[in-house]
Design a protein around this ligand. Structure first.
Ligand SMILES: Nc1nc2c(c(=O)[nH]1)N[C@H]1C(S)=C(S)[C@@H](COP(=O)(O)OP(=O)(O)OC[C@H]3O[C@@H](n4cnc5c(=O)[nH]c(N)nc54)[C@H](O)[C@@H]3O)O[C@H]1N2
Ligand SMILES: Nc1nc2c(c(=O)[nH]1)N[C@H]1C(S)=C(S)[C@@H](COP(=O)(O)OP(=O)(O)OC[C@H]3O[C@@H](n4cnc5c(=O)[nH]c(N)nc54)[C@H](O)[C@@H]3O)O[C@H]1N2
Ligand code: SF4
Ligand SMILES: [Mo]
Length: 753
């Protein structure tokens, strides 16, 4: 059912986003807390330790948790302000149903009953697989595990996937292919002692802020830093060498480096011969990747490519880090493998101060990709099409092989199937696809075709505005559970306050739904997160992501446990692959060749400029949470287009001018931000905003054939200067909100001014 514009504007009045400007009680109140709860930040994969101050069942502020080893009390601006989500005027405290006049509150019991009958109706009419689940990994391990089991045994559908499909899947697939296992190979402690640090496609200072601290500690000891990014990010501004390549050319660069490492004999032959397979084939593929070819393909000068190969090749110890800048591509997996090939060729993995990691992005982006949240996966990072893996999970779940569905479709494919009318019903939790999937117009059309759509969220996200029923769920601090950080450290999230009104933790909603669907025998025993965790431990036992020896008590005692941890007396595994033991059956790592191929869309006469997308420090993902916090909106109210002065001059653009950016999918008008820190053939737009401000109106649904990740990092666009009258009303509204936030900030005491 499509929305009328009138309902949408009424919705905005009713559900915001409004801003939470001050802590409960106001800025001057600063009351003594009743309790302080040690827990972790609800946002990114750094999973910083934080102490939440609680009074009268409200989180009223925070203190640094200095003893927590990873961040030692440090936090970024989002972590500092996260507590302003509780007590927020937009918070959903009852179930909601969509009516002709907009959303109205609904009795929770009635909402659950209607959801149950609608699921049953859709499945009876169109088959079990016509109802899909899209989920997300801000969820704890317990909830992620439960979602997998709920989809397969509760709904009996194969069509379950998650928002990590937009995030960690290229890294996951590359790691599994090369190492047989998908986790950062080291804890961050190994960064500090590395001689050279190579950062590819990661805006570390803004997106994994605490990692900056580890890199700086290494720099203090003399480490060299190489950064590969079309933008000179804040971290890159401190680097020894910046390789500002053309978007979409990372595998050409790593092929060129491998070519030089071989040519200059900077290969660790003992390691390669003893612990790897496939080196000869990898070399064969890079034999023509000379510095001249690499330079022509990537746009980086020959001298810089040679310098990078020398710095990397001659080091005794090193750490390679990468993130979505190389992974959000139609060859994301190949870009990851190109990096791994450089690490393996120099044998610098699995020993002190030698490491490799993808920097996991989402809060529980690591744990949530291990326990059956993906369309082809079962808990413990098992394979849903492997008969032995299926038999083991059937034995843990008490079901037959016939009852356990097979491989389903991935996130974008589910949206495509909804658009094609093949999937008719959807349950979506912890995912805001209308903002975060590419090609927004297509996603909106798809959502409006659903026969029944239910969303679980604590705010009425842009996606939820298209639902028939919205079930109110609990915030991070309103439930307990575990999460697994970017390092692979399993940590404990502790409950600070009760959920307000009818809001319930997601696990309670799903268990209740499963019961109503007549599937209670598989779910009724889940009466606490710890009971779910203990089943997850058994289900993961013997898998590559083995949590069997991890308990809530042990996590608290050790301040986190690194998996694999197969038994109660096992301390956990901060560093993987020691002595060159990899997780493939023969114990060896695999070189996988990465023959060069261009991105799916390349610049041409009609669309001559590269467009790439990403993040800013002040907002988190689709922005539903951070766009509601006054301080963060004040710091960064709306998106903009980063453009180099030379390119700006060509279009007669100066700072703040209205710039229309058009791709084959659509166009948008945003202010120009003229910066010297970007390639002159590339523009960058951050993606945290919806509707007319969403850069995903411009991105394409091209997927990596292996990981099925969308190519968020490369589109071809054209630019045009337009009148400032053409700024969308939404942008002007955000400026007004930012001004309001600014005038509401407390006055700082004189001594700190
Ligand atoms: N502040 C903040 N922090 C976050 C998040 C957030 O939303 N906000 N989200 C979290 C999540 S889920 C994730 S996935 C991570 C993402 O963390 P990052 O991957 O570090 O962040 P991005 O901004 O997506 O992209 C990183 C960099 O890739 C560069 N890039 C673009 N195209 C290319 C290319 O073709 N090659 C190379 N080498 N680089 C390219 C961009 O210029 C950008 O600087 O951040 C996590 N942390
Ligand atoms: N153009 C472009 N697009 C991108 C990217 C990019 O770099 N460029 N990055 C991609 C990446 S890496 C990612 S990870 C995705 C993220 O995209 P999304 O997953 O869509 O982003 P979130 O904002 O995390 O959406 C989560 C929703 O779940 C809600 N939520 C949070 N925690 C919970 C919970 O515990 N329970 C429930 N029920 N709901 C909860 C939030 O309020 C929010 O509405 O975006 C992708 N999209
Ligand atoms: S957003 Fe990430 S870096 Fe910032 S405080 Fe939270 S966990 Fe730490
Ligand atoms: Mo992500």
């Amino acid at each position: 059912m499509a929305h009328t514009p009138q309902t949408l504007s009424a919705l905005r009045k009713q559900f915001g986003p409004h801003l939470n400007l001050a802590p409960p009680g106001g800025w001057t109140a600063d009351p003594e807390p009743d309790r302080v709860v040690n827990t972790h930040c609800c946002f990114c994969g750094q999973q910083c330790g934080i102490k939440l101050k609680v009074k009268d069942n409200k989180v009223i502020g925070f203190d640094p948790w200095e003893d927590f080893p990873f961040n030692q009390g440090k936090l970024c601006p989002k972590g500092v302000k996260r507590y302003l989500q509780g007590n927020h005027p937009d918070r959903l405290v009852s179930a909601m149903k969509r009516t002709e006049a907009g959303f109205v509150p609904m009795d929770l019991e009635e909402a659950m009953a209607r959801t149950t009958t609608e699921i049953q109706r859709v499945q009876a009419a169109h088959g079990k697989d016509s109802f899909a689940v899209l989920s997300g990994v801000s969820l704890t391990n317990e909830k992620s595990y439960l979602v997998g089991k709920f989809a397969r045994l509760g709904l009996q559908t194969k069509n379950l996937d998650y928002n990590g499909r937009l995030c960690m899947v290229s890294a996951g697939a590359g790691n599994k292919k090369a190492f047989g296992l998908d986790r950062a190979a080291n804890s961050w402690a190994d960064i500090e002692g590395a001689e050279v640090i190579w950062v590819a496609g990661s805006n570390v200072a803004e997106c994994s802020p605490i990692t900056t601290d580890y890199i700086w500690r290494a720099r203090d000891k003399g480490a060299k830093l190489i950064v590969v990014d079309p933008r000179i990010t804040p971290l890159a501004r401190t680097a020894d060498l910046v390789l500002p390549l053309k978007p979409g050319t990372d595998s050409a660069l790593t092929n060129g480096i491998l070519h030089l490492l071989h040519k200059w004999n900077l290969i660790d032959w003992d390691f390669v011969n003893a612990h790897t397979n496939g080196f000869e084939t990898a070399l064969e593929v890079v034999k023509d990747c000379t510095p001249e070819w690499t330079s022509a393909t990537t746009g980086i000068p020959v001298s810089a490519i040679e310098k990078a190969a020398r710095m990397w090749g001659e080091a005794k110890t090193s750490f390679l880090l990468h993130a979505r800048g190389i992974e959000h591509h139609s060859k994301g997996v190949e870009n990851v493998l190109g990096c791994i090939n450089m690490v393996l060729a120099t044998g610098r993995i699995g020993r002190p101060n030698c490491g490799y990691a993808t920097i996991t992005g989402q809060g529980n982006g690591q744990g949530g990709r291990e326990h059956g949240h993906k369309c082809d996966q079962l808990p413990g990072n098992r394979d849903i099409s492997n008969p032995e893996h299926r038999a083991y999970i059937c034995s843990v779940w008490g079901c037959t092989d016939e009852e356990l569905p097979g491989v389903g479709q991935s996130a974008q494919e589910i949206m495509n199937a909804i658009h094609a009318g093949e999937i008719k019903g959807l349950l979506c939790l912890c995912f805001n696809p209308l903002v975060s999937l590419p090609d927004t117009t297509f996603t909106r059309e798809a959502l409006e075709k659903l026969e029944f759509f239910v969303v679980l969220d604590f705010f009425l996200s842009e996606t939820a505005q298209h639902a028939d029923i919205v079930l109110p769920s609990a915030l991070h601090e309103e439930d307990e559970g575990t999460s697994t950080s970017a390092e692979g450290r399993v940590i404990k999230i502790n409950k600070a306050v009760d959920a307000p009104g009818d809001a319930r933790p997601d696990w309670q909603i799903l268990v209740n739904l499963a019961h109503r669907l007549g599937r209670g025998k598989f779910f009724d025993h889940f009466t606490s997160p710890e009971i779910i965790f203990n089943e997850l431990r058994v289900a993961s036992k013997g898998g590559t992501a083995d949590y069997a020896g991890i308990s809530y008590e042990k996590i608290e005692r050790q301040q986190g446990v690194f998996w694999p941890c197969p038994t109660e007396d096992h301390p956990g595994t901060p560093r993987l692959f020691e002595q060159g033991h990899f997780a493939h059956p023969d114990g060896k790592a695999k070189f996988i060749p990465t023959p060069w191929r261009p991105p799916m869309e390349v610049v041409d006469a009609d669309y001559p400029i590269w467009l790439t997308t990403g993040r800013v420090i002040f907002h988190y993902l689709s922005g539903t949470q951070t766009r509601r916090i006054g301080f963060l909106v004040e710091q960064c109210p709306h998106p903009y287009v980063e453009i180099h002065p030379r390119l700006a001059e060509r279009y007669g653009i100066t700072e703040g001018d209205a710039l229309e950016v058009t791709t084959r999918r659509g166009n948008l008008v945003l202010p120009a931000k003229v910066v010297t820190t970007i390639r002159p053939d590339t523009v960058f737009i951050p993606y945290h905003w919806p509707g007319k401000l969403s850069v995903n109106q411009l991105t394409a649904r091209h997927l990596d054939p292996v990981s099925k990740i969308p190519e968020f990092k490369v589109s071809a666009c054209r630019l045009r200067k337009v009148s400032k009258d053409q700024f969308p009303e939404e942008l002007l509204e955000l400026r007004r909100m930012a001004d309001q936030a600014s005038s509401n900030q407390p006055h700082l005491p004189e001594q700190v001014m």
